[in-house]
Design a protein around this ligand. Structure first.
Ligand code: XMP
Length: 512
């Protein structure tokens, strides 16, 4: 059994980030409801309790409170933001609403730093986001650090092992925050860092088995990182009770269907159903030029095809999705827990409700890099885990203008050349995305002695951290020259290759 930290959730948008930081310290944590009883925490043998931040004000009537008995368990408690205020108030301190709401970067000063500040020099940059503040301390506490607006920005009661801070140590804007969390876990709670990703697999497998029982699960496999890892994990847990459905919509890249089938059907021996629906998709897309209409048609047709495939499988109770934590909606409903509101996956939006399926989302607490680590643990290759993002509507957004089979085939060939060169040059894994786009213009060229009038392929190769902003990648000219030569020589129907050198914004990554 791993040592365990309980994170009591008061609804902060950062609660999952706290849990993630704890995992980064190789310590197991569980997010639990804010009112989890002291009895349960004791039974579970937690070695530390963190009270998260939250959108409420402790001064408001009915604002959430933890079980008061948690302060009598003899277990270290760390309150963050709302967690600090609620602890301060419940232990006899005074909380007031601050005149100046402290939001954004601040500076924490300290002289004789407390236990949480070991190894950190004063002043340190901290990220604040709070309206209330502590005005007088509960008995036994002392102020350890101050900010411009708050004399009690970091407080502690070393005897009872209670600690609290106004600011958020878990966010990247508090650069030394990890050290504070480490000090709490290792120095105060006695954690030894006994948790690893393989332990996560074990727990997740157990949880999936309990949730699913002897029922059946269906999963829409796209071949992307998230659905692949979800499939591998669920398959590890329930084997043949899982059926994956892969829809070939005719808008896939070269060799994609075969690749997914080889991996999951042959290697993992999963139950997998491939639906070949190219004719249906292309039929409905015929003559459609408007990108938004294309997306709608592709999305609607996908749902229809998927729905039909599910029905043909027989009784299914769960729909599995590879939803990650960053997919959880970002705006925090006032007073609510953001994690309760999810953005339905754009590829299967609306499906679960209509089909009366329960959702199974085993990656919901994880961040992308953790999902990759989990995938590696489950035996997925680097090629799968570090694949570039590929949009749900596939090449449908990469053929500008009319989508025809002929255009798609030309694009597939050109894209395959680009992929091969990106991989062979070793650049692939340094890039956010590299892909080819088919342009609906013909231009004049000359091949041998003959005049040609053929298509143009654009290369879109970008660097980015999160796709919100992106810049075109400065690929060495000799590699670009090779790609261009190869596409023009090897792909029939292309006589010109151009390079997209626009950043996002104002351009987007996809052309559509
Ligand atoms: P844009 O073109 O908006 O794209 O700069 C940002 C990132 O999102 C990807 N993308 C999608 N991914 N379904 C997806 O799963 C979609 O419908 C979709 N549309 C765009 C795009 O490839 C880029 O990485």
């Amino acid at each position: 059994m791993n040592q365990k930290i309980a994170v009591l959730d008061f609804g902060s948008q950062y609660t999952q980030v706290i849990a993630r930081r704890i995992r980064e310290c190789s310590v197991y944590s569980e997010i639990m409801p804010f009112d989890t009883s002291a009895k349960r925490l004791k039974e579970e043998g937690v070695c530390g309790i963190i009270l998260s931040g939250g959108p409420a004000s402790v001064l408001a009537k009915g604002s959430p409170r933890p079980d008061p008995k948690i302060f009598r368990l003899g277990i270290p408690v760390l309150g963050i933001c709302y967690g600090l205020q609620v602890m301060g108030k419940m232990l006899g301190g005074k909380v007031v609403s601050s005149k100046h709401r402290e939001y954004g970067l601040g500076e924490l000063s300290f002289k004789n730093g407390g236990e949480l500040l070991k190894g950190i020099g004063s002043p340190m940059r901290v990220w604040n986001s709070h309206g209330d503040k502590i005005e007088s301390l509960p008995d036994g506490f002392r102020a350890v650090g101050t900010t411009e607006n708050s004399a009690y920005a970091l407080i502690e009661d070393q005897k009872r092992k209670f600690y609290g801070m106004q600011f958020h140590p878990e966010v990247a804007h508090t650069p030394k925050g990890m050290q504070i969390i480490k000090n709490f876990l290792y120095g105060i709670c006695g954690c030894t860092g006994d948790w690893k990703m393989s332990d996560y697999v074990e727990r997740a497998v157990e949880k999936i088995r309990q949730t699913v029982g002897d029922k059946k699960v269906i999963l829409g496999l796209s071949g992307g990182v998230d659905s692949s890892v979800a499939a591998a994990l669920i398959h590890r847990a329930i084997g043949d009770q899982l059926t994956c459905v892969f829809v070939d919509n005719g808008l896939l890249r070269k060799g994609e269907r075969e690749g997914v089938e080889n991996l999951f059907k042959k290697n993992f021996k999963m139950r997998m159903r491939t639906v070949r629906a190219e004719a249906l998709f292309l039929g409905r897309l015929k003559g459609v030029k408007d990108p938004e209409r294309k997306r709608k048609i592709i999305g609607k047709t996908f749902v229809e095809v998927f729905d039909k495939a599910v029905k043909s499988i027989g009784k299914v109770d769960f729909l599995a999705q590879g939803t990650l934590y960053p997919d959880v909606i970002e705006s925090v409903p006032i007073g609510g827990n953001p994690a309760s509101l999810i953005k339905s996956h754009h590829n299967v939006g609306g499906l679960p409700k209509r089909m009366k399926l329960k959702l199974l989302e085993p990656l919901r607490e994880l961040f992308k890099d953790e999902v990759r680590a989990l995938g590696a643990e489950l035996g997925l290759s680097k090629e799968v885990l570090w694949r570039h993002p590929f949009p749900g509507p596939g090449l449908g957004v990469r053929v500008v203008g009319d989508i025809t089979k002929k255009r798609l085939d030309i694009l597939r060939e050109a894209d395959a050349v680009l992929m091969q060169e990106m991989r062979e040059s070793g650049l692939y894994y340094n890039l956010w995305q590299a892909f080819a786009v088919f342009l609906p213009v013909k231009t004049v060229g000359v091949m041998g002695d003959e005049r040609t009038y053929d298509n143009v392929i654009a290369l879109r190769i970008v660097e980015s951290q999160d796709a919100m902003t992106a810049d075109w990648a400065h690929i060495p000219h000799d590699i670009l020259a090779k790609i261009s030569n190869r596409i023009i020589n090897e792909v029939k129907g292309v006589n010109r290759v151009v390079l997209d050198i626009s950043s996002k914004p104002p351009a987007t990554i996809e052309w559509e």
